[in-house]
Design a protein around this ligand. Structure first.
Ligand SMILES: [Mg+2]
Length: 223
């Protein structure tokens, strides 16, 4: 059991690896390239990248400004962006697999990356064999986000045949945790610089980085 629950569900991006500022910047550029080169957006790359960055800040979704104002289809961007994602630039944590293997709970991954990118990422960070039959993409539920509705969290639980009340959901993005909580899960926020979402009542626990969370879960640390 972990936090009194038998199941842990992890977000992937920026939870099971850490997105450095440099990598975040690369991803914004990659999304701009997907928009301009793959989807035919008439804009120069630098301007598109600026809008991606702004869109993340305002809507917590790099594509939202383009869906609203530039006629971009969310599904097309979802696919084009994930095809271009430079997974090889991710720096994996040391010994993460070894720690995860020792966690006393059933463990799953639920990601807003598509299946193509999430398989590549899991392989790159050394967790693919462990999560091979235990990772799901929003794609599997016919949606592109985890921060719109609690429904997708309930469907996830149905898929793994567990109740939301048995699950801990671990995510760096607090907009996802709001709906995991609404579905009935216990929520853990992973933060990096400072715990910026202290005031959010739907966050039950917060840890600085996944390694601290795992250290507490494995009894190697108390806070
Ligand atoms: Mg994330």
């Amino acid at each position: 059991m972990v936090l009194g629950k038998s199941v842990i569900i992890y977000d992937l991006d920026d939870t099971l690896y850490k997105k450095t500022e440099e990598f975040g910047d690369i991803l914004d550029k990659v999304m701009a390239e997907a928009l301009v080169y793959d989807l035919g957006l008439k804009m120069d790359i630098d301007k598109a990248k600026e809008l991606v960055t702004e869109s993340y800040k305002v809507y917590r979704d790099g594509g939202e400004i383009f869906y609203r104002n530039h006629g971009i289809n969310p599904q097309d961007l979802f696919i084009a962006y994930h095809r271009r994602k430079p997974v090889e630039k991710i720096v994996p944590y040391d010994n993460l697999l070894d720690k995860i293997k020792r966690v006393p709970a059933e463990q799953y991954v639920f990601t807003a990356s598509d299946r193509y990118a999430s398989e590549k990422i899991l392989k790159h960070i050394g967790l693919y064999d462990f999560f091979k039959d235990k990772y799901y993409s929003v794609e599997d539920f016919g949606v592109y986000k985890k921060n719109e509705d609690a429904k997708v969290y309930r469907e996830f639980c149905r898929k793994i045949n567990r109740n939301p009340e048995d699950c801990v959901f671990v995510d760096d993005s607090y907009s996802n945790l709001e709906f995991a909580k609404e579905a009935g899960m216990t929520t853990v926020r992973i933060y990096y610089h400072n715990n910026s979402a202290k005031d959010k009542t739907y966050i039950d626990y917060a840890y600085k980085g996944i390694e601290n969370f795992l250290a507490v879960v494995l009894g190697e640390r108390t806070i």
